[in-house]
Structure formats: C-alpha cells, structure tokens
Design a protein around this ligand. Sequence first.
Ligand code: PBG
Length: 338
Amino acid sequence: MPPFQPAPFPAARPRRLRRTAWMRRLVAETVLTPADLIWPCFVIDGDDRAEPVETMPGVSRLTIDRLVAEAERARDLGIPAIAIFPYTDPSAKTPEAEEAWNPENLVCRATRAVKAAVPEIGVMLDVALDPYNSDGHDGIVRETAQGIEIVNDETLIALERQTLCQAEAGADILGPSDMMDGRVTVMRRALEEHEFPHVAIMSYAAKYASCFYGPFRDAVGSGGALRGDKKTYQMDPANAEEALREVAADLSEGADMVMVKPGLPYLDICQRVASEFSVPTFAYQVSGEYAMLKGAMESGWLDPKLGAVESLMAFKRAGCSGILTYFALEVAETLSRN
Ligand code: PBG
C-alpha cells in the first residue's frame, strides 16, 4: 500500500455556502416566520390589569381589554392565531365542570371581544375540562372502590357541550387537549349537526403525561386542585409507536391538524408524525420548556433572541407546520426586525 497522500485540495468545500449572510440565506433549507406561530395567552376577569405568572417570567394573565390590545399587536406582527386559556375563579369550579359550557364564561367573553375587535386573527380554544373541574382533571372524576377514575364516555358528553358553546362564541379552531378516547368523533359530529362545519379541529393527538406542564397549571390555577396525575389518559413518555396510532385515529375521526406536545423533548415524535402523515403538524413548546429557556435567558446564561429563534427553528426543520409558543410575540418582533 502506498503511503496516504492527501488530495492537493479538499474534494468538497461546504464552507463555500456558509461564507456570507446572503449565501446562507440563499441555501437555507428552512425558514421561520411569524406565520408559523400561534400565541397561547392567559385571560383573567377584571379591567386593565396584567397579573404576572410567577413560574413563567415575562408571561401575564391579562384582562379582556388588555388581551384585545395584545391580539392587535399579534396581528400587526403577522401572527395568524392565538390560543386563549382562562384563569377560572375557583368558586366557579365544580365536579361536573358546568362552567365549561356557560356561554358567559370568561373564555367565551374573551373570544367574542377578540373576534369583534380583531377579526383578522384566528382564535383557538382548548376543549378539556381542567380549567373548570374542581378535581383539576381534563375529564370527569368518579370515586370507585379502587380509587378515582377519570370516566371517558361521560366526559365526552361534557366535551360536546363545551365544543358547541365555544363554536357559538366564535372560536375558529378547537383543540381537544383532554386525551379522552373518541372525542374528535363527538366534536366533529356536533359541529356538523349544529352548522359549524367550518370550525377546524387541531387535535392534541400525541399529548404526553409530562412534568413540563407545571407552570401552565400555575397560570390557569388548575395545579393546586389536581388529584393524582394524568397518566391514565395522557401518553407515557416511553412510547413513540403509540403516538402514530393516536394521530391516525384522530385523523380518521375528523381532525384537520394534529399536534405533538410537549415540543423539544419530543422532537423525534414531531418528525415521525410530520413525515408519516401529510397533514399540518404542530408542536406545542409548553410552559416548562418556556420556563427553562427563559430562566436561563434571564440569568444571562443564554442569548434571549437567538435562543428562542433557534429553539423554534428546530420544529420547522423537523417538519412541523407551526408552533404554539409563549415566545410568539417576542420572536415575531425579532424576525420582523431582521
Ligand atoms: C389542559 C392543557 C394543558 C396544557 C394545555 N392544555 C395542561 C395539562 O394537560 O395539564 C399545557 C400547556 C403548557 O404547559 O404550556 N388540558
């Protein structure tokens, strides 16, 4: 064997395409724009008030008037949709969660106000009972000899009422986040039968039983009430194949779009779902992910602008159509200045 001879020049020079900003832009495989973002926000009762969420620095619960102003800002930044979550007064919570289908509940009032003032922005609402349930669960809780059970089919009746109430209030997208079996069928049928055929369903199809939801439960005030955990309905973090079955089921039941949640720790699931099903696939960069990144940013350990954009670009690279993120407004601002 002759001694190793290096070539007189490298056979390929990938760095050619990285030399200048314009070249990097020219060959970029992925883009992140404000149109990829959905902004999840929290609403409280009252006037002209913002109440900081302790575990989510930079995030506040807003009164409806303030929320409308922020929705205008989101629209002006090019954000297509917002997802509104209510902080329900504990006195309105009951074991059967009846407040979920009260047309005068906080989230319905907020939706009407946003749609009246900012009709150009989409409003997405969760379909799940946890903001209204005195047991803190997404479904109805029954005592059994073995302990508590989150009952599936009785919950579906409540979810159907909540679906129609929220569609009536003007929601454009409904996001079943409860992980009950068969909920998309019930919702789609109810929407068709009651002349809301245009309301889209973005199902939280692969939603894991995750500790990364902790700060959100603080924000909507459901964490304190929660009895036990959500492992009998949300997915086991050990499973990936099951996520594909969940997505297939929700699509066959009539979902228009699907979501994977949490986001970054489940990027493998995002990629598999996006590549195996040709439907818009979204990721939810959840409260705990936000808290983690924001905490490091506020400590000066992570660049605040680059950190948020890079974390969101990862979802686009994995094949997602868009991302629900608490960084939506600040990232849209960063992108619009570029
Ligand atoms: C409730 C719901 C949760 C989130 C969105 N809808 C929490 C949960 O399932 O306990 C989490 C969002 C976040 O953590 O940012 N069904």
